[in-house]
Write a protein that binds this ligand. Structure first.
Ligand SMILES: Cc1ncc(COP(=O)(O)O)c(C=O)c1O
Length: 439
């Protein structure tokens, strides 16, 4: 089933006999075999990207430096298995993700627990399961964690999430490093220093360092350089005023991914190299201490290692308005266009040799006018039964999926040397499994 390579958005895409191939597999054949909507993952590309991060971080930041896979991008057993095999750490944001990582056999001492509103139950569960680090968001969490750690008889390692006051050029819904953010504690208001002082007084917590995450889908390196300068300056202040030297600085995730042709091509290795050089020269010029640097890529590890294939259900032409192509999925498996008008590349997988002369909007099948996947798309004229491919859907698609309208979530297929099911298709029984009859 292997196909010849052609130049399409990413080098894991190719065409054979007019069919779109992904990771060497014919997507039209896979759609026939497994049904649609079908999400495909390219195992080798996931591994390669994890290796790029790991090798570049060790090379440029130092041997101790590691990437954490931000598993909110796609949390499933297969992803934690791969992260474990590739020797990288992970970041989890709920005990649901923690439980999945645990089932995958991921060493939880290498997991970092994020979140801005962890419950006592979350905290207890994570401690009982030997989580490596909590990334503490607020003083409320700090006090709760200290109390629960004491009850459990442990000294828990923590990082503090700090907002450096950076505004990267990305969508406001995925920009998180500004002072006005629901995440973290701001340096600018003086609260970051206060929470650090409090953390250092807690006898059941061990402060190891600081974390910041400035946003997602960021193509420039300047916001990272700015954030590092601010964080290193803050660390210096903490050293001076509180006499504490942290061992870790986690710079978060956020590197951009190419969804459409107009997005730039970036090299993650080159980005890491340039950020590392910037940190080194800044530390040297200002005689600052350099802690171990961690980063938390999510989207850039899995987004372009994924794509989704659908079947056309109807084509509706409204003269002098527009054309709608309705597919058998939609915002329940990919809510990103409905949420923040994300751009996607859309192709007709079984008509790759035909000219893209038909302008249309790709609509989902859910009962919601906003259930669109992309507008103003150019594809060949299509009809019921054709296959629509939406590229670069590996991150924040399945992870954000829902059962709205009681549709079942798609099957997720991992394509490597063989095809393996990573997540089964949900069944009718699955979607009503928790319902009870009234007596
Ligand atoms: C704390 C934190 N770390 C890492 C990430 C991953 O970001 P990305 O998927 O853009 O790499 C996020 C995403 O929202 C985040 O909130």
């Amino acid at each position: 089933m292997y196909c010849k390579e052609v130049n399409l958005l990413h080098d894991n895409l190719s065409v054979r006999d007019g069919h779109l191939c992904f990771a060497g597999y014919d997507t039209v054949e896979l759609a026939k075999k497994y049904g649609t909507p079908l999400m495909l993952l390219d195992e080798q590309r996931i591994r390669n990207t994890m290796r790029t991060y790991k090798n570049a971080m060790e090379k440029y930041f130092g041997k101790e430096s590691k990437p954490l896979y931000a598993s909110k991008a796609l949390s499933c057993i297969a992803m934690y298995q791969i992260a474990k095999e590739e020797g990288i750490y992970t970041d989890i944001v709920s005990i649901g993700e923690l439980y999945t990582a645990k089932r995958a056999g991921f060493p939880l001492e290498n997991a970092f627990f994020h979140g801005n509103s962890k419950t006592d139950f979350d905290i207890e569960y994570a401690i009982e399961n030997g989580i490596g680090y909590f990334v503490v968001d607020t003083s409320d969490e700090l006090y709760a964690l200290d109390r629960i750690a004491e009850k459990k008889g442990v000294v828990q390692k923590i990082l503090l999430r700090i907002t450096p006051g950076i505004d990267p050029h990305t969508h406001s819904a995925i920009s998180t490093g500004k002072v006005d953010s629901k995440f973290g504690t701001a340096i600018e208001t003086g609260q970051a220093l206060e929470i650090t002082a409090s953390a250092l007084c807690m006898s059941n917590l061990r402060l190891e360092g600081f974390h910041c995450h400035i946003g997602s889908q960021i193509f420039e390196i300047e916001p990272y350089c700015d954030a590092s300068e601010i964080m290193l300056g803050f660390i210096d202040k903490v050293k001076e005023e509180l006499g504490f030297t942290p061992t870790i600085l986690n710079l978060g995730g956020g590197f951009g991914v190419r969804y459409v042709e107009s997005d730039p091509v970036i090299s993650y290795e080159e980005n890491i190299k340039r950020i590392a050089e910037h940190i080194d020269s800044y530390c040297e010029a200002n005689q600052l201490y350099k802690p171990t640097i961690l980063m938390e890529p999510g989207r850039s590890i899995v987004a372009d290692s994924g794509m989704t294939i659908y079947t056309v259900g109807s084509v509706k032409k409204i003269p002098e308005y527009k054309n709608y192509v309705a597919i058998d999925g939609g915002m329940a498996d990919n809510p990103r266009y409905a949420l923040y008008q994300s751009s996607y590349t859309v192709l007709c997988a079984n008509k790759m040799n035909e000219s893209p002369s038909f302008n249309c909007t790709i609509a989902g099948r859910l009962c919601e006018s906003g259930d669109l996947i992309q507008e103003n798309v150019m594809i060949p004229p299509v009809q019921r039964g054709d296959n629509i491919a939406v590229l670069v859907t590996g991150a924040y698609n399945y992870a954000m999926s829902s059962n709205y309208n009681r549709v079942h979530r798609p099957l997720v297929l991992m394509l490597g040397e063989s095809e393996r099911i990573a997540i089964k298709r949900e069944s009718f029984e699955d979607v009503s499994r928790l319902d009870e009859f009234l007596d």
